[in-house]
Design a protein around this ligand. Structure first.
Ligand SMILES: O=C(O)CCC(=O)C(=O)O
Ligand SMILES: [Fe+2]
Length: 490
């Protein structure tokens, strides 16, 4: 029996049975039901057997196992029970065959399987709906089906041989361990605490082993006008099987428009979360690891097979969060896939030298300030909700009052000014002093252009939660304007 690989009809017939690994994708295709590991000491009679000490990892092919067990009845199939390679499910048409096999083979050396002693129990079938995450969203196989402006996917961007060489190259270099995954940085280091790069410290050119990828980036030129920018930052992520990535938008001020992400070794589902009404979203919502107001979001998902290259640009890059659900099993169309191996991604970006001037100021850390200033506004998507930041900014009585800047500028500010967070309380600085301290936050400006005081108040305790605000309050305007605050925190 052969099964079709879910990676888009390309790898047909590389499965000899359900549960095998696709030669190309290294994913398990589970076209048939999943079985639970039997619990407790009392096995319930079943037509399915859970057989331990048996499988490809101990030198037994699925075919040889099927042949040995077929002496006791007609077999429906033999499937890996998990990713170990040494536990399988043998499924019979009837319970009596399973019972006969269990009695004959359990804990006895099995001559047809090299004398190996098997540990056999009855196994129960798990309903398909339990095998797949229940919160799943329909997964697209291509970018046009995904239908998010600015997101493109090219399959087979690198060859299998290039993939092997790329993996060998990074595996020969030191990994930096994060909580759930390992990373390597080239060009510039990406600092996860401030979600930005340290532009003062260049690590060097991108390594020569990625030349084969950089050469092909202009292939995207037809799709994305920014495709010929010279990319200078690379983050390599290694995700163990089933490990994902939290929702985020890559910091606007850190990187220029286009972001390229090459998937290697294993597949994943990447999900995207956009606001159903983009105008009501704000910069504070860029990173929502803990909050999940799902009714405001539109969710989409795309299947990223190994060797595919994803491009995030335009709206998809600036206004949609992307993330990888922590799933070991996903549903792609009507096929259940299991993430059976690590996934290694190469994410290429171009470090931004000036402020971001995108058309999505709601999500832009460079432009957050100007939402509240008198300066002429750039073209932005028209807001409709009357309580949106834009409408506040455009209302004369609300101008020149307050600005909220999240997390990264505050940390940058404190470290540049050699201040502890406590010292920022009631600190008085001129606008130019602040600008100078804030390094590359060149868009920072006071609405009135006067002396500002950096106030640091009740939100200090939220610092740990990365939701901190630095409020730069125009002194002339006096106390913070409550309405602006309300909008900021809504
Ligand atoms: O692993 C990936 O493909 C995405 C990585 C990513 O989004 C990031 O590093 O910001
Ligand atoms: Fe990202």
């Amino acid at each position: 029996m052969s099964w079709k690989c879910a990676s888009k009809l390309l790898h047909v017939n590389y499965f000899v049975g359900s549960g095998d690994t696709c030669f190309f994708c290294r994913i398990y295709i589970m076209g048939l039901p999943k079985f639970t590991r039997p619990k407790g000491g009392h096995d319930e009679l079943s037509s399915n057997l859970y057989v331990a000490n048996c499988g490809p990892a101990v030198g037994l092919t699925l075919d040889s196992i099927a042949s040995a067990f077929s002496s006791y009845g007609t077999i429906k199939g033999v499937y890996p029970a998990d990713e170990s390679g040494c536990r399988v499910i043998v499924s019979y048409h009837d319970e009596s065959s399973a019972q006969a096999a269990l009695e004959a083979l359990n804990r006895h050396p099995c001559p047809d399987l090299g004398g190996r002693s098997l540990h056999i129990r009855y196994s129960v079938q798990q309903p398909l709906c339990q095998a797949v995450a229940t919160d799943s969203v329909q997964v697209s196989l291509g970018a046009s089906e995904l239908n998010i402006p600015g997101i493109y996917l090219i399959h087979d961007f690198v060859s299998a041989q290039e993939e092997e060489q790329l993996l060998a190259a990074v595996d020969a270099r030191p990994w930096h361990r994060l909580a759930k995954r390992r990373v390597q940085h080239y060009g510039y280091e990406f600092c996860y605490d401030i979600r930005n790069v340290n532009t003062q410290q260049q690590l060097g050119e991108l390594p020569s082993f990625v030349a084969c990828i950089l050469e092909k980036i202009p292939l995207f030129k037809k799709l994305d006008e920014a495709a010929d920018v010279s990319l200078d930052q690379l983050t390599v992520n290694e995700y163990p099987a089933g490990v994902g990535l939290s929702p985020h938008i890559d910091t606007h001020s850190a990187f220029e428009g286009s972001i390229y992400s090459l998937s290697l070794s294993g597949p994943c589902i990447m999900e995207f979360r956009g606001y159903s009404d983009i105008s009501t979203a704000s910069v504070g919502d860029r990173d929502t690891e803990s909050s999940d107001n799902s009714s405001n979001f539109v969710r989409r998902a795309i299947y990223l097979p190994p060797r595919s290259m994803l491009l995030l640009s335009g709206e998809g890059r600036y206004a949609w969060q992307h993330y990888i659900p922590h799933h070991k099993v996903d549903m792609v169309k009507d096929t259940v896939i299991r993430r059976g191996s690590r996934r290694v991604s190469f994410t290429f970006r171009k470090v931004r030298k000036g402020p971001c001037e995108c058309n999505y100021p709601q999500f832009c850390d460079s432009q957050m300030f100007s939402l509240f200033s008198n300066s002429p506004r750039k073209k932005t998507p028209t807001p409709t909700a009357h309580s949106s930041p834009q409408s506040v900014a455009n209302s004369p009585s609300r101008r020149r009052l307050s600005v909220g800047i999240r997390h990264r500028p505050l940390v940058q500010f404190c470290s540049a000014a050699s201040l502890s967070l406590d010292q920022t309380q009631n600190l008085s600085l001129s606008q130019s002093q602040i600008e100078a301290k804030l390094c590359n936050i060149t868009s920072l400006q006071s609405a009135s252009g006067d002396v500002c005081s950096c106030r640091w108040g009740e939100r200090l305790t939220m610092y740990e939660k990365r939701k901190v605000s630095l409020d730069i309050v125009d002194k002339e305007a006096g106390a913070r304007n409550k309405m602006v605050d309300d909008v900021m925190s809504s």
